[in-house]
Design a protein around this ligand. Structure first.
Ligand code: GLY
Length: 416
């Protein structure tokens, strides 16, 4: 099977690496890829948000399966274009990708499916913003009702900060979503979904704030670990039964069945899981940790989902132990990152590339999240030691990372 992976982040590097371990995958192509993916895949430039461009490339490289990593092409309908050209595609249609592309649509689906989530209101008129803000608090959750790469969310007890963020979103011409605050630790559960068939992967936890101790602004994600030692043993089954299966069934009922990866971002409260958000693709940086433990052949798994045969796939097999991803970010991320710095150790084992490119034969930074370093081990302690030892061997001027990925779990500071 010849597999074309669309995207250029560490998530796509992790997908390509896991695909390269599948004996059924005979060729790997990345587009546009990065300096790391170039080492394991044939690489081509592409306008990833253009269905025509992706189809033309898939035909040129004779891809049997196209895997679309990021949300932007999915929301733009690139998976529809690939399927219309007769090529199997892992990723939902534009209609189904609204589960991420429109938070208002996701709320509507959840209401119809009886899935627990935060109370919410959409504000599209600045004149009604203040009275709407008064209906929320003392913790305000302010989101951009569109794609914002994880950075469009502000959670604050400061009403003025909540108002300023909402006003900024409105000024950019987007509606604002106000939500009640959901208490409880967060879980990312990725599920393969093919119509009403739902197969969960290992649960993971992201660390979204830039600084240790969950301080500073939100980012696209600074690190993740899997599995979650504090999560009750029955919780994945509860999330699947109470959240993912009802949503998948509701989407089938609405005529927009989901095919691909449904990412449920949840808060686990005393009375069970509640949805913070859905995404229509693998999460970054959780994927880097989750796929490090996958033993099943990923090409077969993704192809079964893409071709409507997920229900006959054998149960997924996982390596024992734990995995930790730590993101190395460029100076000033999540603001405007400094780029163009040379990186030492970028080709080491366990190092996945995101914002990198090759200039004059040297790997240099080319984005905010530059590398994801993945450690594995018999348990979370060992996986953390492995990840941070690998990070020690990397040098990026001005680079920064969190030192506490997975630490609260390890120290027993997470409870439901
Ligand atoms: N882990 C956050 C995201 O992928 O959106």
């Amino acid at each position: 099977m010849r597999v074309l992976v669309i995207g250029s982040g560490a998530r796509e590097h992790a997908l390509l690496l896991a695909l390269s371990r599948d004996p059924g995958v005979t060729a790997l192509i990345a587009a546009p890829g990065n300096a790391g993916t170039a080492k394991i895949a044939e690489q081509h430039p592409v306008d990833a948000a253009s269905g025509d461009a992706v189809v033309a490339l898939a035909q040129r490289v004779a891809a049997d399966l196209v895997v679309i990593g990021p949300e932007v092409p999915l929301v733009a309908g690139v998976a529809d274009a690939v399927r219309a050209a007769g090529i199997a595609c892992f990723g939902p249609s534009a209609d189904a990708a609204r589960i991420e592309g429109s938070k208002a649509f996701a709320k509507d689906v959840m209401a119809a499916a009886g899935v627990k989530t935060a109370r919410s209101e959409v504000v599209d008129n600045p004149a009604t913003l203040d009275e709407a803000l008064d209906r929320f608090g003392p913790n305000w959750v302010v989101k951009d009702d569109g794609l914002a790469a994880g950075k469009g969310v502000v959670v604050t007890t400061d009403r003025a900060a909540a108002r300023a963020h909402a006003a900024d979103i409105l000024e950019h011409g987007h509606p604002v979503l106000l939500e009640s605050f959901l208490d409880g630790p967060e879980v990312s559960l990725f599920c393969l979904v093919d119509g009403e068939t739902v197969v969960p992967l290992l649960p993971a936890q992201d660390h979204k704030r830039v600084g240790d101790g969950d301080t500073g602004p939100n980012t696209g994600g600074m690190g993740a670990y899997t599995p979650l030692p504090w999560l009750p043993a029955d919780m994945v089954t509860r999330i699947v039964d109470e959240v993912c299966v009802p949503v998948a069934a509701e989407m089938v009922k609405r005529g927009c069945p989901f095919s691909g990866l449904l990412y449920a971002g949840l808060a686990i409260g005393a009375d069970g899981p509640a949805v913070v958000e859905f995404n229509c693709r693998f999460g970054d940086p959780e994927t880097q940790a989750v796929l490090a433990l996958l033993e099943s052949p990923l090409g077969e798994v993704l192809n079964a989902t893409a071709t409507g045969t997920l229900s006959s796939l054998p149960p997924l097999r996982w390596q024992d132990g734990a995995a930790v991803t730590v993101v190395l970010a460029a100076e000033n991320y999540p603001g405007t990152p400094r780029t163009g710095d040379s990186i030492v150790g970028a080709d080491n084992d366990g190092v996945l590339h995101a914002g990198t490119k090759v200039v004059d034969g040297a790997v240099v930074s080319a984005g905010g999240r530059v590398l994801s370093v993945v450690g594995t081990g018999a348990d979370l302690t060992a996986a953390r030691v492995d990840a941070y030892a690998k990070l020690d061997a990397i040098k990026l001027p001005g680079g920064h990372f969190r030192t506490d990925i997975g630490l609260a779990a390890l120290e027993g500071r997470i409870s439901i």
